[in-house]
Design a protein around this ligand. Sequence first.
Ligand SMILES: Nc1ncnc2c1ncn2[C@@H]1O[C@H](COP(=O)(O)OP(=O)(O)OP(=O)(O)O)[C@@H](O)[C@H]1O
Ligand SMILES: [Mg+2]
Length: 327
Amino acid sequence: MSTLLEIDRLSTHFNTEEGRIKAVDQVSLRIKPGETVCIVGESGCGKSVTAMSIMGLLQSGPGVEIGGRIQFGDTELISLDKHHLRAIRGHEIAMIFQEPMSSLNPVLTIGEQLIEPMVLHLKLNKKEARKRAVELIEQVGISRPEQILKSYPHELSGGMLQRIMIAIAISCQPKLLIADEPTTALDVTIQAQILDMLRQIKAESDMSILLITHDLGVVAEMADYVVVMYAGKVVEEGEVTALFESPKHPYTQGLLRSKPVLGQRQDELFSIPGQVPNLLDLRPSCYFQDRCAHCMDICRTQEPALKSVGGGQKAACWLYEEEKRHG
Ligand SMILES: Nc1ncnc2c1ncn2[C@@H]1O[C@H](COP(=O)(O)OP(=O)(O)OP(=O)(O)O)[C@@H](O)[C@H]1O
Ligand SMILES: [Mg+2]
């Protein structure tokens, strides 16, 4: 099958007063048409920076260095000028965020915000765009669409706003939908409804989804392919069933062992002892070393490469290199 998006050794580094933060370091991933790829990992491991780099929301400059390639169909996104990037963003690639209020404009009606991208990208006239806006609102499961079009964001609930964000995102029939923690701020019932809706939209089109989440339950339900990130790196990747049945990297094993506990917040689900290292102090090594029960000398001095470890999976872990060496 062909590839829709191919990220090749993406590095997004921030130059700060304290030093260089390698938020995303040599990350590669591929998404095929119609596929759902999930990026999973603890807070601060570079998931959102990866998404923002794809969307062109971070531009190289004195504070930010972006390296590598992001190939979307025939177009390379990192070197693309702003004008062409704007034509792709919101049209062929759309994004939904965790907090809909932060990406909706509080002084414009839902109608204005839904109609404008369709006029811009699909070249519809106002009347056609309005008709499609009504259909989209119905498609995302909201009744009385005419009234919703006249409403302002603050008049709607969080769940409704997230549905509106999805309606805006799919309005121009994107080939790729990037969803960064789209349901984390919502209660469990609404969460399930939104995920169902995304699945249904995907089933009806050939859209690919890049879904970013902390929540392994969401991964299990949605993903075809999973990419596990740790401290700016991909540490494991594979087909969802294989990865859940036989996680190879000790970090993935830890994630899968840490089960949700009643009354705990989503951010606290991960119960692997220790913390993600400070991204400022990283020397060549395995960054998971201090939290790993299998840590060896080599893990402290050399960085493991991401390599095939069987089952169609790849992992960046010296355990598998050592296994090979010692037969
Ligand atoms: N503009 C910036 N300047 C400096 N550092 C940044 C900037 N944006 C992000 N970072 C740092 O990059 C790292 C990765 O951040 P990112 O937002 O991608 O994490 P994340 O995996 O999305 O976490 P979360 O699950 O909390 O959303 C963090 O250490 C963060 O502090
Ligand atoms: Mg994030």
